[in-house]
Design a protein. Structure first.
Length: 421
């Protein structure tokens, strides 16, 4: 959730009476200088003047408050917290201090500490929409989604034009998997404030939750136009492109993620996958090798690397990867088939036969296994087994592999004649 300096309020704008708490002859001039500096947003000058004020007269709540405000603007957050706390020691019911300190603590990822201050702010001014908005955010960050939802609903009752309040309400509902209502909130946020990018991300995620992933793509794209550095969302969109068969778009987005951060978990493996689908096997090998280097014991990565090596006819390297895969996962059927194929292509038929025989015994063994097994026996002049497997292949194939079926039929003719001799 984005916070900004504009969320904080300088006290003098709303509480000019605090200027009257002055005793030293020099302090009025310092307070005037600080006020003028604040008007022109010269925060270093504000700090210089107010530090002199509180050193001379430390019991002026407004001086501490506006000193904290200036510290916040210069990202001196720890000093700002201490100054806000000092203002509250002097004036415990100072609404602006509770609100600003609560907002600042949220920014500092100290949301649990922000809760009492924002709760107090809401108690002091129940009709203040922004106080309820930030109180709701603190509750959400503290793991209290139901209470947060109530605060966001109350915020919108007070000010329905707060686009970010609709967005925050959508976030809470999304977290509760209330996708339909989350979608409505995100859409309202986008309508209320069309300049906001975040609602498009919310709409996309809610649509996914409603099993309407194809509709989500446009909103992911719109969000990323405004927020190109969100690598997690870009990676997620690339996966959707892959699922939809938009492999070139997936590749473009994955490369953008990789170029920004090559160490992003899973990106090298995903690039290996999409390059393999696009038959860019040399690139696929490069990315798979990087993924394997990061996770050497992940069996499916080893199998994928073996397959892309096989596609490049790097048969010995492919064989080694498939063997490694099977050591890690002895039940990996694809690796077993890859190993058998790599050995077959090296024309080591006696070694390939037991591997293909084993594959032929698995449930729903593909027809192609029997064709390759037949050719192995054929090369070794084992006519009965060659004929048996060619025939079995033809029984299973049913016009699925026309070229291989033609080869099997043509090869069966001389084999049968020779067997009858």
């Amino acid at each position: 959730m984005l916070l900004w300096l504009g969320a904080f309020v300088p006290l003098w704008a709303e509480n000019p009476q605090h200027k009257t708490r002055v005793r030293s002859a020099d302090i009025p001039a310092l307070l005037k200088a600080a006020s003028e500096a604040l008007d022109r947003n010269d925060l270093p000058a504000v700090i210089k003047a107010l530090e002199a004020v509180v050193e001379s007269q430390p019991d002026i709540p407004a001086a501490w408050f506006n000193l904290a405000y200036a510290y916040t603007g210069l990202h001196q957050d720890d000093e700002a917290v201490r100054a806000y706390q000092k203002s509250l020691e002097l004036q415990p019911d100072l609404f602006e201090a509770h609100l600003n300190l609560g907002i600042l603590l949220i920014q500092m990822k100290r949301s649990a500490e922000s809760l009492p201050h924002l709760e107090k702010a809401v108690t002091l001014k129940p009709q203040h929409a922004r106080a309820r908005l930030y109180y709701g955010r603190a509750l959400g960050l503290a793991g209290q989604p139901d209470a947060a939802e109530k605060q966001f609903e109350e915020t919108l009752r007070l000010d329905s034009a707060l686009g970010m309040a609709h967005f925050d309400l959508g976030q809470v509902r999304l977290g509760k998997k209330d996708y339909a209502n989350a979608l409505a909130s995100f859409q309202k946020s986008s309508e209320t404030d069309p300049k906001l990018a975040q609602p498009h991300l919310g709409i996309a995620l809610a649509l996914e939750g409603l099993n309407r992933a194809p509709e989500s793509v446009t909103h992911f794209e719109q969000y990323l136009v405004a927020t190109p550095g969100d690598l997690e969302t870009r990676f997620h969109l690339a996966r959707i492109y892959l699922q939809e068969g938009k492999n070139e778009l997936a590749l473009d987005n994955l490369k953008a993620v990789y170029q920004s951060n090559p160490q992003t978990p899973g990106v090298a493996a995903a690039l290996g996958d999409v390059c393999a689908l696009l038959k860019k096997f040399a690139e696929s090998e490069k990315y798979y090798r990087q993924a394997v280097a990061a996770s050497p014991n992940e069996s499916d990565l080893r199998r994928a690397l073996g397959q892309t090596l096989l596609d490049q006819e790097k048969l010995v390297e492919a064989e080694n990867e498939f063997r490694t895969t099977l050591k890690l996962d002895p039940r990996n059927r694809d690796a077993a088939q890859g190993l058998a194929t790599s050995i077959y292509l090296q024309k080591r038929y006696p070694e390939a036969i037991p591997l293909f025989e084993q594959l032929s015994q698995t449930p729903n063994a593909p027809a192609g296994v029997f064709f390759v097994l037949a050719t192995c026996y054929d090369h070794l002049h084992d006519l009965p087994h060659a004929i048996q497997n060619y025939e079995h292949f033809l029984q299973l194939s049913h016009d699925q592999s026309p070229d291989q079926e033609w080869q099997a039929r043509e090869r069966l003719k001389p084999l049968r004649r020779e067997l009858r001799k």
